[in-house]
Design a protein around this ligand. Sequence first.
Ligand code: SF4
Length: 112
Amino acid sequence: MKYEEAACLGMETEIFFTFEDALPQFDIESVTTVRKICFKCPIWRDCLIQGFRQEKYGIWGGITEVERQHIRNGRGMSQRLRRDCSQMGVAAEEVYGALKEAQRQAREANDV
Ligand code: SF4
């Protein structure tokens, strides 16, 4: 993964990690704000796959830890994720394909 191309380079990392742990209620607007950054990032797909395979917490490639868990549990993409994809001009099928690829790689590597 080419971190030097990351859209978040130089940003405060807390904005990618403060949601599900720190807030009493899931902060939907903050997630959407971060997703807007991630879905325009040139390395979002690689980031999403790394997040799925190796990271328990935070938003990686625009996907939250809860959304990664949904995929692991066979529950598919949430309505919110689909809505955000639609509103941001990102094909939900492309995101779902990246998540399934990450899941395939994780299974092959026995990450999960
Ligand atoms: S996808 Fe998001 S978290 Fe990952 S490198 Fe890009 S901006 Fe950073």
